[in-house]
Design a protein around this ligand. Structure first.
Ligand SMILES: *Cc1c(COP(=O)(O)O)cnc(C)c1O
Length: 382
């Protein structure tokens, strides 16, 4: 089965009792036992729920993994991936990662005795150079938030294999439609399903997918023990999102390519970054390891904070909001929003300036999107 078919059929057999075409929302906390010591397929919805299980099976199939686990948020999924580490263990992470992941590393994991080294993710050899005796995990996010640097997944996977280190990849920005890191040597994939997978900005959710049975067992143990599980309705919404992931991603990308090309031709903005533009320094790598370029575009307004304020006020269709990956186009100011938790020095070090703007391109009519940007940029330049 190919991607778009799997998205609609895997884990989603018609309901055996009623014939319902859609997996029902099993809004129940518990399930009766048939007899003493004889549970039905499910016992208690923290440990497992049929709606969640259908969604987890579909997710795993789309990532070409064997096992999927759904969580109550992307951050709960990141936390679960870290649960395999012990005090004294060391992570080598690329430095361009989601701000909330950085906060979890520094604010929570470090307090539990886990040590971190951050490296330039665009340089595979930088990961190798940072490996220590106790390095147990390499963490990558590609393309990275918000400057869209790529990590060469196969090159870093080869290093991880050589040193027997677990390789974790946050695949939120591409979704499994454009990139399947498990097929390129990654051990565990993490998602904020809040973004493209749910796709409609109406659910907070996360997921962890792996092909390794032993690793899955440890993660499932943690999921059941800590209990950061999504409710049945959120799982149903996310599964519904998966069904249209293929068509949405194609449209997201088509729009993003048109907007990126248009922006690159404007003299009022600087440094347009989009992996699908040949000017992206890793354009060749993007073509090689991804099936598409995604729909996040980053650029700089030369006028700094003042220009950002004018630009945001000038937009009507783009919404000024956190998050990304929904059907509606969004504009985000990483300096004060997604990366607001980082110090100005840390932000500048990874290339985020006061004038940096990140667009999440939705699936509206692209002519309307470009007209909206044109109007806002005119007002910015006044
Ligand atoms: C949003 C996001 C997260 C966190 O997910 P939540 O669902 O907000 O908890 C993690 N990684 C990336 C790349 C994200 O964009």
């Amino acid at each position: 089965m190919k991607f778009a078919t799997k998205a609609i059929r895997v884990g989603q057999e018609p309901d055996p009792t009623t014939g319902a075409v859609n997996v029902p929302i099993y809004q129940t906390a518990n399930f009766v036992f048939r007899d003493v010591g004889q549970p039905n397929a499910f016992e208690y919805s923290r440990s497992g729920n049929p709606t969640r299980s259908a969604y987890e099976k579909c997710l795993a199939a789309l990532e070409e993994g064997k096992y999927g686990l759904a969580f109550g948020s992307g951050m709960a999924a990141v936390d679960a991936a870290l649960s395999v580490l012990r005090p004294g263990d060391h992570i080598v992470s690329s430095e361009n990662i989601y701000g909330g992941t950085f906060r979890l590393f520094e604010g929570v994991a470090a307090g539990r005795g886990i040590r971190l080294t951050y490296v330039d993710g665009t340089q595979p050899e930088a990961f190798e150079a940072a490996i220590e005796e106790n390095t147990k995990m390499i963490w990558i996010e590609t393309p990275a938030n918000p400057l869209l640097q790529l990590v060469d997944v196969r090159a870093v996977a080869a290093i991880a294999k050589r040193y027997h280190i677990l390789l974790a990849a946050d695949n939120t920005f591409s979704s499994p439609f454009f990139q399947r890191p498990l097929t390129q040597g990654v051990d565990v994939v993490i998602h904020s399903t809040t973004k493209y997978i749910s796709g409609h900005s109406d659910v907070i959710g996360g997921a962890v997918v792996t092909g390794d049975a032993a690793l899955h067992e440890r993660l499932a143990y943690y999921q059941n023990t800590v209990g950061a599980v999504p409710g049945p309705f959120d799982c149903w919404l996310s599964l519904r999102g998966l069904k249209t992931l293929a068509v949405r991603m194609k449209k997201h990308e088509e729009n993003a390519l048109a907007v990126a090309r248009w922006l690159a031709a404007q003299t009022t903005v600087e440094g347009v970054i989009y992996p699908g533009l040949p000017s992206h320094p890793q354009y060749a790598l993007a073509k090689d390891q991804m099936d598409g370029f995604g729909a996040i575009i980053t650029f700089r307004l030369p006028g700094g904070l003042k220009a950002v304020e004018r630009f945001a006020k000038g937009l009507d269709i783009f919404l000024f909001a956190e998050s990304l990956g929904g059907v509606e186009s969004l504009v985000c100011h990483p300096w004060t929003m997604s990366h607001g938790v980082m110090s100005p020095d840390d932000k500048q070090k990874i290339g985020i300036t006061e004038g940096t703007i990140r667009l999440s391109i939705g699936i509206e009519d692209v002519d309307d999107l470009i007209a909206d940007l044109e109007k806002a940029l005119k007002q910015t330049a006044l």
